[in-house]
Design a protein around this ligand. Structure first.
Ligand code: SAH
Ligand code: SF4
Ligand code: F3S
Length: 621
């Protein structure tokens, strides 16, 4: 056993039962045990081996992880610091103070004394798999490492550290990472052969797979040096420095408070016109098929003010679109201050006919409050959000989407299934009827809204009739985007414990294919029906298929391709110029496939002026 691990006290005791007395004594005698009124929950242990009794590095923290600075100075203001959580600056202070040694009743406890957590210009290469949250988490991890002296490598072969942001949602997602790890291992070996005297490349696994598999990742694939869960990115510099000493380093501690509110993500793709902003983390819904609550932990929301601050910075940088991200964005609730905006002390109002598995959340600033404030920052910045849950769509949110020109008329409304018995087994908290009622209600408020969805094929107990019901739902709603997934049983989930994964894989695949086929048929009709419409698109860049075309997206997030070289404009300053990424352009839709729309550019415009200019143009036609 040669890990540097952060784990719960119980796990430590389970790992080292023979040292129970010593561990208890250290925790009890630590200076913090008087300052923290709740039981000390964590231990950071570095044991050379369980046999030599060498506890040469030990510190304790509460669940909201005060930093070492706090640990070494647990005097005044400690409770204030606890409620605020550590900032990035605090973290740097932690590194600087890392050499302090503390004597706990005569027991010498050195804090990382021989680890310098500074990256010293080591080059880090990032690979990101999984959902958009992972893209944003990569940017958070990179911001933390950059602040700590690391630099970014653009070529994997030139890097000193390779960090893989992983996903566990389905077995296939994990298989892809295992395969990739084999390649990374060969890279590591090659470097060793070619440059035997250079420090070996370090491989770190971050994100959901790190959280799910923990130390098992290292014991299965010995090329892995660092395992870091979604709530532990602040600890990355320390984990990498431990890895630099030749040991493996693991931190998979989940937090009830961590939102990285104070970490300004550093964009990996700096040329993009759009950016992701995490507004909340974790999920309390516990759908029976889903691993996310176990890999991402409990739901918590980031304070509104820090989100608005980030939106302002992005607007100043000229970005034209932000997507608010969370596992469950619309159950957002900022309880960090006593202010309650829309309805004071209100309880969460579910969409009609929808239930939650947890107690209704009370007070705080809600998703509609956030959406309203975000939309006020820059009227020329488009706002999107994902992923919402159908249960949390109060009318305030729908009216905002309808009334604000910069909130896109697009709602992701994951249905998962069209069969009531399957929805019940999935514990989604709604029936087909209540879902359809919500769809109709949304359409009555926002008639031109685009709806998208996720579907799972072959969930436990799903019959052919259940599957037909899902196909029917797809035909009725006509989604602009639908993702279909064959069900993949995940350990720890409700389904794993209580249900039978009884649909054979070939049937799951066949049904998933049928769902995708019906979706494509319906979306083709939906897209073709848009021919002749004048739509607003935001230009993203060159089309991937042709250097003569530009690609943009309309409100529904559907890709629209327009020809490039015909675009010269009588712009405000009288200059003519080609269209470029970040421009809003009115286009006439001329054709469609199931994947994209094609259009001709009409005029350069703004988000706020598009409607009036379009009406004017139609008057003259
Ligand atoms: N928070 C989001 C979903 C995150 S996961 C939401 O509730 O919509 C994205 C999608 O993956 C889910 O909507 C679901 O369709 C699919 N999914 C989740 N777990 C799965 C599993 N075990 N097997 C197959 N698909 C799954
Ligand atoms: Fe998973 Fe359900 Fe939470 Fe979405 S709402 S992340 S599907 S548990
Ligand atoms: Fe995958 Fe984790 Fe996102 S499991 S889908 S990376 S939240």
């Amino acid at each position: 056993m040669n890990f540097n691990t952060i784990c719960s006290m119980n796990s430590i005791l389970r790992l080292y039962p023979r040292h129970k007395h010593l561990i208890h004594t250290l925790v009890r005698r630590h200076p913090l045990s008087n300052a923290v009124k709740r039981p000390l929950a964590l231990g950071i242990l570095r044991l050379k081996s369980p046999c030599d009794h060498a506890i040469n590095n030990f510190c304790v923290s509460s669940s909201n992880s005060p930093n070492v600075q706090k640990l070494t100075k647990p005097g005044k203001d400690f409770s204030d610091q606890l409620s605020n959580g550590p900032s990035l600056r605090d973290f740097t202070a932690q590194s600087n103070e890392a050499s302090a040694e503390v004597a706990v009743d005569g027991i010498e406890v050195p804090y990382l004394s021989h680890h310098d957590v500074n990256g010293q210009q080591r080059k880090v290469f990032f690979e990101t798999y999984g959902c958009q949250m992972n893209v944003n988490d990569t940017e958070i991890a990179w911001a933390i490492l950059k602040e700590n002296g690391f630099i970014k490598a653009d070529d994997i072969k030139q890097s000193d550290v390779i960090l893989v942001m992983t996903c566990s949602i389905r077995e296939g997602a994990e298989d892809k990472i295992w395969k990739r790890l084999k390649y990374l291992k060969s890279l590591k070996q090659l470097r060793k052969q070619k440059q035997p005297s250079a420090p070996p490349v370090k491989i770190g696994i971050l994100g959901c797979m790190a959280e799910r598999l923990k130390e098992k990742l290292i014991s299965t694939e010995r090329a892995v040096d660092v395992v870091c869960g979604p709530d532990a990115y602040r600890d990355l510099p320390r984990l990498l420095s431990v890895a630099g000493t030749g040991q493996s380093a693991v931190n998979v501690q989940l937090s009830l408070e961590e939102t990285y509110a104070d970490v300004m993500p550093v964009r990996i793709n700096s040329t993009s016109t759009s950016a992701f902003i995490s507004i909340m983390r974790g999920c309390d819904n516990m759908c029976t098929y889903c691993i996310v609550p176990f890999t991402r932990g409990r739901e918590r929301s980031r304070p509104i003010d820090s989100i608005i601050e980030e939106v302002k910075i992005l607007s100043d940088q000229g970005l034209r679109e932000v997507t608010l991200l969370g596992q469950n964005v619309n159950s957002y609730r900022d309880t960090s201050s006593a202010v309650s905006y829309s309805i004071p002390e209100d309880k969460t109002k579910n969409s009609r006919g929808f239930k939650t598995v947890y107690k209704p959340k009370v007070g705080g600033r809600r998703f509609s409050d956030l959406l309203e404030k975000v939309s006020e920052v820059d009227p020329e910045m488009r706002i999107r959000f994902t992923s919402p849950h159908p249960k949390d769509f109060p009318d305030e949110v729908l009216y905002l989407i309808r009334d604000r020109k910069n909130i896109c008329n697009h709602i992701h409304l994951p249905a998962q299934s069209g069969s009531n018995s399957v929805l019940k087994a999935m514990r989604r908290g709604y029936t087909l009827e209540s879902y359809m009622e919500l769809v109709e209600h949304i359409l009555s408020i926002i008639p031109d809204v685009a709806l998208s969805s996720d579907f799972i094929a072959g969930f436990c107990g799903e019959t052919e009739e259940d599957h037909e019901a899902t196909l029917d739902l797809m035909r009725k709603v006509k989604y602009s985007v639908a993702y279909t997934f064959p069900y993949s049983m995940r350990q720890k989930t409700g389904a794993f414990h209580r249900l039978n994964d009884d649909v054979p894989s070939e049937v799951k695949l066949r049904r998933s294919g049928e769902l995708a086929k019906v979706y494509r048929e319906e979306v083709l009709k939906l897209n073709l029906a848009q021919t002749g419409e004048t739509q607003l698109i935001l230009i993203e860049g060159d089309s991937k298929r042709s250097e003569y075309d530009l690609a943009g997206r309309n409100d529904a997030n559907t890709k629209v391709i327009i020809p490039k070289y015909t675009l010269t404009w009588n712009h405000k300053d009288g200059q003519e110029r080609d269209a470029r990424p970040g421009d809003y352009i009115a286009v006439k839709i001329t054709g469609a496939s199931s994947q994209v729309l094609h259009g001709n550019p009409l005029f350069l415009t703004t988000l706020q002026n598009f409607k009036t200019e379009k009406e004017k143009m139609q008057l003259f036609q």
